[in-house]
Design a protein around this ligand. Structure first.
Ligand SMILES: [Zn+2]
Length: 317
């Protein structure tokens, strides 16, 4: 007997990925296009249509019951629109309506990409079994999402838990979002690399100035590289501690490229958390690296579709 499926879309500034996913989070069919991020809105939508078209021609499509979308933000789930920072052709773009049309009228669930990754980590990854969790993606930007009382908490517009843009440095550098001293302005990969370069760190012969190269230098003991990761860890810890104090999370999961840095990030992060998370009810808070790989966005979008459409087979969502 065949079980129901959901379609999942993971829409970012670099690629648009699609999949048909079963109730256990298994990906049965994939499709992908590059995001023509600098083109007009309709050109970007044609790439989405191409991805959906590859899914709908499959015989498996007959079993699809809903579509879940995890999109680069900001999104507005209540309006069904998206305005991804890195896709200027989409401002208040009616993505839900367009996808519904392309997907033969199936119900469509929209969440932000940070919320999608949180759904995936809670379903199958490092936050599994935790009823109150913050999951973060620390890479080019910093995003996140919340699980509260055992449920994904996307908030009214689908952006809740966007920890990258809470301020942890009152008079800090201005952030592209318009605020200052944001977690992202200190802890994102490009900002880790920028601070290391400003401090006098120089890349090796390959000229690699990415945060991964700074992490490598930190592991080798370069003091400027170590200090740049310590500063990022401090910003993350302050943001995590504030979140824990507000809503009593018991785990913070960190993914994305910077999350892969290992001890050069997690050792100073745990130390800084002890400094900022001081009240009795947040002291047990733990931090852990993310477990879901590059499919986290797709699996999380599927989880969102499954949880809102219980007629689809939702195993443990
Ligand atoms: Zn900001």
């Amino acid at each position: 007997m065949h079980t129901d499926l959901v379609a999942a879309l993971d829409i970012g500034g670099t690629k648009i990925a699609g999949a048909l996913v079963d109730g256990h989070g298994r990906i049965l069919l994939r499709a992908q296009r590059a995001t023509p991020a600098q083109e007009g809105g309709d050109t970007v939508m044609r790439a989405v249509d191409d991805v959906i078209g590859e899914l709908t021609v499959s015989p498996l499509w007959n079993r699809a019951r809903a579509v879940g979308i995890g999109s680069a933000g900001p999104v507005d789930a209540s309006a069904g629109t998206v305005s991804p920072v890195n896709v200027p052709g989409w401002r208040d773009y009616p993505l839900v309506e367009r996808v519904r049309k392309a997907a033969a009228g199936l119900p469509v669930e929209l969440i932000g990409d940070g919320v999608a990754i949180t759904a995936a980590e809670h379903w199958q990854g490092a936050a599994r079994g935790h009823d109150n969790a913050l999951c973060m993606v620390v890479s080019t930007g910093v995003g996140g999402g919340l699980v509260l009382n055992g449920q994904l908490h996307p908030g009214p517009t689908g952006n809740a838990g966007h920890i990258g843009h809470i301020s942890v440095d009152l008079d800090g550098d201005s952030c592209p979002c318009g605020s200052r001293g944001c977690v992202e302005r200190i802890a994102s990969g490009p900002n880790i690399a920028r601070r290391a370069l400003e401090g006098g760190w120089r890349p090796g012969p390959d000229g690699d100035t990415s945060a991964a190269a700074v992490a490598e230098a930190a592991r080798a003991g370069d003091p400027v590289a170590v200090a740049s990761f310590e500063r990022a860890a401090q910003a993350l810890a302050a943001g995590i501690a504030a979140t824990a104090t507000l809503v009593e999370i018991d785990i913070a999961v960190i993914g994305g490229g910077v999350g892969k840095a290992g001890d050069v990030l997690f050792v100073p992060l745990r130390e800084a958390l002890a400094t900022y998370a001081t009240l009795s009810f947040v002291r047990r808070l733990t931090v852990a690296p993310a477990l879901m790989g590059t499919d986290a966005g797709l699996v999380g979008a599927a989880a969102a579709a499954l949880s809102r459409n219980p007629s689809a087979t939702a195993a443990g969502v």
